[in-house]
Design a protein around this ligand. Structure first.
Ligand code: AMP
Ligand code: ZN
Length: 469
């Protein structure tokens, strides 16, 4: 079945044509390991994981490479400010290596909790410094880079066109150029490939241009070329990487061998918090740990991400998490019910199942349209006949969804204390005896203890009452 992607490079939805049918090559820009990864970062990682799972579901072998930036990412995405690793090391009174190790470990813990498959290659920038130096040397040789007293810069004016991803126009930039920090730069949008280290700088390596450290963009160009060759299929990252980081990767690659490194560029949109930006000053930076600490299965967050296409903004609310938690519980219950089902499926049912499978496949192949795919998952989960064949198909879908649909809900149920469960039982008894006064009294008592009971078609539900954050 054909696969379609919305390609940032062409700004169109295009049929996916792999370079090599036997293996799809993907480069995903990974984290800068100087702080905790937020649930926003994790949204991007979930989108990247759905992409590779979708390709595997379609029978492809995948080679995904992800970098770990542990040097060279300055406080601004341009060439300004301190290195994020060094800044964090100073603040936490640790070495940059300790900072990198600590946050890399936490990052992988989050990936595991979210059932995100590990890329085939994970590469740390600091382990590729000699390759980066070679890359920069070649850019100088090719006439695309020049040396100043502080750095080696890429000369964007040497390209036939700079800005093909974001559509920026160099002519406009000349007029309204942003502040130039380095007056030796030829063009305002020239960016650093290698930065000469000031005397007391702690992360530095020898190079033909003296001691220094690499620019952030050269890391990804070097490591992608090293592991995936001159051209690979798909390049992914968050939407914020388009105007600088990915634009500059393209520039470097064109300067190196004249090629755009990837054919399809996929970018995930931002996660918003209560409709706005996640920021420290607003105190609304949430980590996956915050979701887990409230008693939720981390996969609730994964399922929550499917309520919206990866290319659209998604608004995070605790109410959304609570209702998705119920959804996950229902899906897992439905799976168990089908697994234990004994009803025979007739030809009509089999035809319907085939249809739903086809629809699901089409939805995921259509630029990973997860909200649409989920509508078929629900239709299947709610199928009126209960049969293990349906459980089997749900499990197949879970290869892409990765929400552990076959996990039993017991664990979650146990989280509600016995006291509450007993009260719910007493209320049920009172209702059966039509003792409404007693049933209301118990309902209020449960509410005082922080829970709300709701009578649904499927039975009584107990929900934690959410407090405003
Ligand atoms: P940062 O930690 O800000 O350097 O971001 C690391 C990666 O996570 C970048 O590629 C961003 O695109 C992505 N990212 C950061 N914040 C969010 C967010 N709120 N929603 C989705 N992705 C994000
Ligand atoms: Zn990158």
């Amino acid at each position: 079945m054909d696969i379609y992607f919305t390609n940032t490079l062409t700004k169109k939805k295009e049929k996916f044509i792999p370079i090599n049918q036997n293996e799809i090559t993907i480069y995903s820009c990974g984290p800068t390991v100087y702080k905790d990864a937020t649930i926003g970062n994790m949204r991007t990682n979930i989108f990247q994981d759905v992409l590779r799972r979708m390709l595997e579901y379609n029978g492809y072998k995948v080679k995904q490479v992800m970098n770990i930036t542990d040097v060279g990412h300055l406080v601004s995405d341009g060439d300004e400010g301190e290195d994020k690793m060094i800044k964090s090391a100073k603040e936490e009174h640790k070495t940059p290596e300790e900072i990198a190790e600590h946050y890399t470990k936490l990052f992988f813990e989050d990936l595991k909790a979210l059932n995100i498959q590990l890329p085939e290659v994970i590469c740390k920038a600091t382990e590729y410094i000699p390759d980066m130096i070679e890359y920069v040397k070649k850019l100088i040789e090719n006439g695309y880079a020049y040396e100043t007293s502080t750095a080696i810069y890429f000369n964007v004016a040497k390209l036939d066109k700079y800005g093909i991803l974001s559509g920026i126009n160099l002519e406009d930039q000349k007029a309204g150029a942003r502040v130039e920090i380095d007056s030796e730069k030829i063009n305002p949008y020239d960016f650093a490939l290698w930065i000469k280290a000031p005397k007391n700088h702690i992360m530095k390596w020898n190079s033909p241009w003296g001691e220094g450290y690499p620019g952030w963009h050269i890391e990804c160009s070097t490591m992608s070329k090293k592991h995936l060759g001159e051209q690979f299929d798909i390049h992914t990252g968050g939407i914020d990487l388009i105007p600088t980081h990915h634009e500059n990767e393209i520039a470097q690659s064109k300067g190196f061998d004249g090629k755009i490194p990837a054919n399809y560029w996929l970018h995930g949109e931002y996660l918003l918090i209560n409709g706005g930006k996640m920021s420290k000053s607003l105190g609304n930076v949430y980590l996956l740990r915050d979701i887990i600490n409230k008693g939720y299965d981390p996969l609730v967050y994964r399922l929550f991400c499917y309520t919206c296409n990866y290319r659209n903004k998604l608004n995070f609310t605790w109410e959304g998490i609570e209702s998705t938690s119920k959804s996950l519980e229902r899906l897992r219950n439905a799976y168990q019910t089908h697994l234990k089902g004994t009803e025979e499926l007739n030809d009509k049912d089999i035809k319907k199942l085939k249809e739903l499978e086809n629809d699901f496949n089409k939805a995921i192949n259509d630029d990973m349209n997860m909200p649409l795919a989920m509508s078929y998952v629900w239709e299947l989960a709610r199928y009126e006949k209960k049969s293990p064949k349906i459980a089997e198909l749900l499990q197949k879908f879970d290869k892409v969804l990765a929400i552990k649909i076959d996990k039993e809900n017991k664990e979650e149920k146990n989280k509600i204390s016995k006291e509450i469960i007993d009260l719910v039982e007493q209320r049920k008894k009172a209702r059966e005896e039509k003792n409404w006064q007693e049933s209301d009294r118990i309902r209020d008592l449960i509410k005082e203890k922080g829970y709300e009971v709701k009578d649904t078609k499927e039975g009584t539900e107990i929900n934690k009452i959410l407090k405003e954050e």
